[in-house]
Design a protein around this ligand. Structure first.
Ligand code: SAM
Length: 460
């Protein structure tokens, strides 16, 4: 294999990697880029690196290709309770305040570890929550770990670690929350393991906040030692996305070397114990639209069998004139916005109520059933969500996202055959779109991107 890469080509590659993956290699790290790309070339089956780089920059890269590249170019350096001060702030201030504010109402918490590497960071957060909440089983807790490197995510999902992952970690962590394995490794206990979920998400390219990838209505985002690898422009964009993913008064915690300049204008900086943490202050930037009771149609929810009523209504469906259709579309846009607003504010019960009312006013509208399903998923009511998604498809059998989410839910529950069926339906429908077309109701996901995602996760 020829390892020589001209400086010009290496710089072009650097720009390409920055725009597609967000990875920024400053001049001092160009050697790392050279090394990483050489080993990626081998995995892609190339013996000549320059030809590989040219192919890379001229091809429409699939998500799988980006994943392979990222596994050669990213650094996963991490360990349990790595950023001591930040975890102290979390344990001593942020979590106790959040827990007590939710104790008597909707007991839910949503935390996102963005760039979670092999999972030590999200599991550290799960351990703290288990330590702080006596009746943690009665809470609806989401700890989402995302990363661009699928090998890291696989390791995170296994939850098995070597001594190296505890290199600067207080001893109570290993003693209380891990089991010793025969081979000398440590396995995280099931109660903690099940608190975290791991998903692929490219911070440079993917859409967030989104109900689809669970990145909306977040209480705390932990993004440590990730922004430091990004260009300033990308770092700004990512932080802006985080701002929108957070609930008002939600928290953003970044590492001490991460780029923080853009944060100050949108967030309030709070100093605890020498660890700065950023708090979203919606009033600083825009007013969050408040729910107006006068918007609610003034009828009570009729107690009818929704499926029977759907069949009846569907048979009686009459031709709808165009002005009426336009009015319906406007109503839908307004309702969908309100429902998303609620979901993004973490007011899931309000979002559910609004969906129920919207459905009662227009039972034949597939979008309402779809929105309803997405909120039910956030509430952990998976069986109900599946029913709503099936209703969506019954009313509109071209509803790509309903097939996609059903495929996902079936996959998670181990029903691989059914999952494959739903994913195949989604792929078939997606072939009617151009790659760059935005999928309706997707909050900006293109047909090309959704196809890639499905192809990666679809069970064989
Ligand atoms: C140094 S590790 C940090 C791990 C952990 N947050 C910590 O501080 O211990 C950086 C992580 O960011 C991930 N990463 C880099 N670029 C990314 C991107 N564009 N989207 C998502 N994750 C990315 C890498 O794969 C790697 O796992």
């Amino acid at each position: 294999m020829s390892n020589n890469i001209s400086n010009e080509l290496l710089l072009q590659l650097n720009g390409f990697i920055a725009s597609r993956m967000g990875l920024h290699f400053p001049e001092s790290r160009l050697n790392d880029l050279n090394r990483g790309i050489s080993s990626a070339a081998q995995e892609f089956g190339y013996t000549d690196i320059e030809s590989f780089i040219r192919w890379l920059m001229s091809s429409k890269l699939a998500k799988k290709d980006i994943e392979i590249l990222s596994s050669h170019l990213t650094i996963g350096e991490t360990y349990f309770f790595r950023d001591k001060k930040s975890f102290e702030t979390l344990e001593g201030h942020i979590l106790p305040e959040l827990i007590s504010s939710r104790q008597d109402g909707e007991r839910h918490l949503r935390i996102w570890s963005a760039g979670c590497s092999t999972g030590e960071e999200p599991y550290s957060i799960a351990i703290l929550l288990k330590k702080l909440i006596m009746d943690v089983k009665d809470w609806n807790i989401t700890i989402l770990g995302t990363d661009i490197n699928p090998n890291f995510l696989r390791k995170a999902s296994e939850g098995i670690y070597t001594e190296w992952s505890f290199r600067n970690t207080p001893s109570w962590v290993k003693e209380g929350y891990f089991k010793n394995m025969k081979d000398g490794n440590y396995k995280i206990i099931p109660d903690v393991k099940k608190m975290a979920v791991f998903e692929y998400l490219n911070l440079a390219e993917d859409v967030y906040p989104s109900l689809l990838n669970n990145t909306n209505g977040i209480d705390i985002i932990f993004c440590h030692n990730v922004l430091m690898y990004f260009s300033h422009e990308l770092s700004n964009r990512v932080v802006h996305g985080f701002y929108n993913s957070l609930l008002d008064k939600g928290w953003l915690s970044v590492g001490s070397t991460d780029f923080v300049k853009p944060l100050s204008s949108q967030f309030t900086i709070v100093n605890y114990n020498e660890a700065a943490i950023f708090r979203k202050d919606a009033k600083k930037t825009h007013e969050v639209k408040e729910f107006q009771p006068k918007d609610i149609p003034s009828f009570a929810l009729p107690s009818v069998d929704i499926d029977k009523s759907l069949q009846l209504n569907k048979r009686q469906e009459k031709k709808i004139e165009e002005p009426e259709r336009e009015r319906q579309r406007a109503d839908l846009r307004r309702d969908a916005m309100l429902i998303r607003d609620y979901a993004n504010q973490g007011r899931l019960n309000d979002a559910i109520k609004w969906c129920e009312r919207a459905i009662a006013s227009d039972r034949l509208n597939p979008h309402y059933h779809y929105l309803f399903a997405t909120i039910l998923i956030e509430q952990g009511r998976i069986e109900d969500a599946v029913k709503s998604l099936k209703r969506t498809i019954y009313l509109d059998n071209n509803y790509v996202l309903a097939y996609f989410i059903l495929g996902n839910l079936m996959f998670r529950s181990g029903e691989l055959k059914t999952s494959r069926k739903y994913f195949s339906n989604a792929i078939e429908l997606l072939s009617n779109y151009k790659d760059g077309d935005i999928i309706p109701e997707s909050e900006g996901i293109t047909a090309g991107r959704l196809s890639e995602i499905i192809e990666t996760i679809m069970p064989q």
